[in-house]
Ligand binder design. Structure first.
Ligand SMILES: Nc1ncnc2c1ncn2[C@@H]1O[C@H](COP(=O)(O)OP(=O)(O)OP(=O)(O)O)[C@@H](O)[C@H]1O
Ligand SMILES: [Mg+2]
Length: 271
């Protein structure tokens, strides 16, 4: 299987003798949707910046779609990768929402006569079609995040890195974006997503969750399995979905709800 991201023995520090990563290795397959979970300061955004070459590793190797990240390949790699930054204010270049979405398209040599319809399509996908003439700075945090998402999606990247990209959206907005992502993945099975989020519902949509703590991988498994580690996750200040607390709690009492049918489950819950 083709790899989208392959990280080997990555070492990185912002300041001398305070390593964010000392020996990190991980790989993500093409077409996979992976969530990165970890407490504040665990290194998630740093990893995102390393993958697109905004930061340089001290040692180790990063490959994106089989190309090693280095000076020679960096622009080829970036043309395939769309990143939505944690703080949407860092994302804007254009003076209007439409300009902003257009900027990325211009970089991708999209013909001018096609641009308008692409801009409208992606703006309406994220519910921002009525804001195309507005200044990005005049938008609310959640609206900025929506525009940032539209800008990245419009470029059809092969890899999308979403760093808390829906953190400021209301629950309905979050659900809308989750549905957009699902739709895009259905349309393009090769689309790879690396999502950094604290939203567990969002994490559930992914194929795999990687939990990092202190720059090391703690768990790396399908969502269902990850939330069995309630104690360990709570220890590193991560919460787990209520249904999993319930499931784990019942398990300690000898009740395995995975093996129950619906009727039995209702009977037990009523007790
Ligand atoms: N520009 C910087 N200069 C120095 N240290 C930094 C810088 N940015 C982040 N750090 C440090 O690197 C570590 C990892 O930070 P990072 O932003 O990657 O964490 P994160 O997992 O994204 O956290 P959060 O959930 O809060 O977004 C933290 O200890 C942080 O203090
Ligand atoms: Mg971060």
């Amino acid at each position: 299987m083709e790899k989208a991201i392959e990280i080997t023995s990555l070492e990185f520090e912002y300041e001398k003798d305070s390593k964010v990563f000392s020996d990190l290795s991980l790989s993500i397959q093409k077409g996979e949707y992976v969530t990165l979970l970890g407490h504040n300061g665990s290194g998630k955004s740093t990893l995102a910046r390393l993958i697109i070459g905004l930061l340089e590793a001290k040692s180790g190797k990063i490959e994106v779609f089989g190309k090693e990240l280095n000076e020679e390949n960096i622009y080829a790699i970036r043309s395939n990768v769309g990143i939505i930054f944690q703080n949407p204010d860092n994302q804007f270049i254009g003076s209007t929402v439409a300009d902003d979405i257009a900027f990325g398209l211009e970089n991708h040599q999209v013909p001018h006569d096609e641009m308008d319809s692409i801009i409208k399509k992606y703006a309406s996908l994220v519910g921002m079609e009525d804001f195309l003439d507005k200044e990005p700075t005049s938008l609310s945090g959640g609206q900025k995040q929506r525009v940032a998402i539209a800008g990245v999606l419009a470029m059809h990247p092969s890899l999308i890195i979403m760093d808390e990209s829906t953190s400021m959206l209301d629950p309905r907005g979050k659900k809308e974006i989750r549905d957009v992502v699902k739709k895009l993945r259905n349309e393009n099975k090769d689309l790879t997503i690396l999502s950094i989020t604290h939203d567990v519902e969002e994490a559930f949509d992914s194929d795999r969750i990687i939990v990092i703590s202190n720059g090391k991988i703690m768990f790396n498994d399908v969502p269902n399995k990850i939330f069995e580690h309630e104690k360990e996750l709570l220890n590193i200040k991560l919460d787990i979905p209520f249904v999993y607390k319930l499931r784990n709690g019942l398990k300690t009492k000898g009740i395995d709800i995975d093996s129950l049918d619906e009727k039995e489950m209702v009977r037990l819950l009523c007790q």
